[in-house]
Design a protein around this ligand. Structure first.
Ligand SMILES: Cc1cc2nc3c(=O)[nH]c(=O)nc-3n(C[C@H](O)[C@H](O)[C@H](O)COP(=O)(O)O)c2cc1C
Length: 329
């Protein structure tokens, strides 16, 4: 039975599963595999060194899929911000119609995409930010709970409460994001009123994911206790894999007097993080991962993963009938 939701109708996809933007991971091969499997694959713009390279990545993705896919633009706090407007223009000019925005002050980007007739999925971690984005005209909100890989915000609200709040307060369709890796998670998200889910960590650990096999195996071996929050004291919390480097960052942050970004800059550099995926050494740098690592026990193709989830959602929903306590009255 197909799962039809406002998201599948809006994006013209078969299964309401989005592969969120992932720095160094959201490359054409994975994006196309997710879209070909019936979900929505998303290219991560800032993984490309410049807007021209993003154009090439979009063209490459088109050679691999005829299905819809999107582009993520993440607005990071930065002294020398990347050319966000250039990336956005390149993608729009290449005919991309679906965008995922994330991070601070997305207003200008959202306006630009909407004025070009694009669908915008905005990712946020609080209901207040979701409501502000809705006022800016976004089509779908992606609500990242405390469980998520990457930036969960500073409020520590888990998905259960955040999504139930979304059901009460949001008028736009929303996705559940963070901690979802299987059919139960997707069924639970639908029960919480979501129109679908956004997954990151689960897609890192697929055949088509571009990261080193050893990191995929590391994820399979990990439990939900194998992530840690860095940058808590800098009010820019990020959930990353627990390894030598992230534990060192945390211990520097906990020193008497605390830490400034300068004190950890070298440890957390993006280039070191990239080495993890290239060399397969899980201790080479910082890499994002969510507590969903505890749910991941295999390395399937995206097609197998989404088929299993689709079938599993149906089973979970059907079996719920058997646990409902029926009144005799
Ligand atoms: C390796 C990795 C890199 C990520 N990079 C980004 C990014 O650049 N921009 C962004 O908006 N989200 C990023 N995320 C977050 C995901 O898009 C998604 O919101 C998150 O992974 C959902 O939580 P989950 O991992 O529990 O599924 C990243 C996640 C992972 C696992």
């Amino acid at each position: 039975m197909p799962i039809i939701t406002p998201l599948t109708k809006l994006l013209n996809i078969r299964i309401p599963v989005v592969q969120g933007g992932m720095q160094w991971v959201g490359l054409p091969k994975l994006v196309a595999a997710v879209s070909n499997a019936g979900g929505l694959g998303i290219i991560t713009a800032l993984t490309q060194p410049n807007p021209a390279a993003l154009r090439n990545a979009i063209k490459e993705t088109r050679t691999l899929t005829s299905k819809p896919f999107g582009v993520n633009i993440t607005l990071l706090p930065s002294i020398n911000p990347p050319d966000y407007a250039g990336y956005a223009r390149a993608a729009v000019e290449e005919g991309v119609k679906i965008f995922e925005t994330a991070g601070n002050s997305p207003g200008e980007l959202i306006k630009y995409f909407k004025s070009n007739g694009c669908v915008v999925i905005h990712k946020c971690t609080t209901i207040r930010h979701a409501q502000s984005a809705a006022k800016l005209g976004v089509d779908v909100l992606s609500i990242d709970g405390f469980e998520c890989a990457g930036h969960p915000g500073e409020q520590d609200i888990g998905g259960l409460v955040l999504l139930a709040r979304a059901a009460q307060d949001l008028k736009v369709p929303y996705l559940a994001s963070g901690g979802i890796a299987d059919a139960r998670g997707v069924a639970a998200a639908l029960a919480l009123g979501a129109s679908g889910v956004n997954m990151g960590t689960r897609f890192m650990c697929t055949v088509e994911s571009p990261i080193h096999e050893n990191i995929k195996k590391t994820i399979v071996k990990s439990s939900e206790q194998d992530t840690v929050h860095i940058f808590r004291t800098l009010h820019n919390t990020a959930r990353v894999f627990k390894n030598k480097v992230s534990l060192e960052v945390v211990s520097i942050e906990r020193r008497p007097g605390g830490a400034k970004f300068e004190d950890v800059r070298e440890l957390v550099s993006g280039q070191r993080g990239r080495l993890v995926y290239e060399t397969g050494d899980p201790d080479a740098g910082i890499w994002s991962a969510g507590i969903a690592v505890g749910l991941i026990n295999d390395i399937p193709t995206c097609e197998d993963l989404l088929r299993t989830i689709e079938k599993g959602v149906e089973d979970v929903i059907t079996n719920l009938n058997t646990v409902v306590v029926k009144s005799k009255l």
